[in-house]
Write a protein of this length. Structure first.
Length: 119
């Protein structure tokens, strides 16, 4: 009987995760991590809860803890990804400026050669 409840609790948590994931597209990194954490926490909580006779409570507690942990990890990952994208954009802008300055130097050199050839 316990294993049946455990399976039902895990299946319900998994179904809920799939249902919620279909509500909002595309999901941010934080949202994905929250869903994964909540699903894993609920499944783990249901298994542990089934061992002590309360799979529903275990799934609820595990799901909440997993979702919270997943949100924290996802938020940090999303911040890191945003920072890396900003740094990449700055590098590209600096490379464009360097190329512009190289082109300008080359034009100045050509002009100087023409001027010295004229004398």
């Amino acid at each position: 009987m316990r294993s049946r409840r455990m399976i039902q609790g895990g299946a319900a948590a998994l179904a809920f995760a799939f249902f919620v994931s279909g509500c909002s597209q595309p999901l941010s990194t934080r949202e994905k991590s929250t869903l994964v954490g909540g699903g894993l926490g609920a499944a783990t909580g249901a298994i542990i809860g089934a061992a002590v006779g309360a799979p529903g409570a275990g799934a609820a507690i595990g799901g909440a803890l997993g979702a919270g942990t997943g949100a924290l990890i996802g938020d940090q990952t999303q911040k890191r990804d945003t920072q890396q994208a900003e740094q990449q954009q700055q590098l590209e802008q600096q490379n464009r400026e360097i190329q512009r300055q190289r082109d300008e130097l080359e034009q100045l050199k050509r002009k100087e050669r023409r001027d010295t050839d004229e004398y």
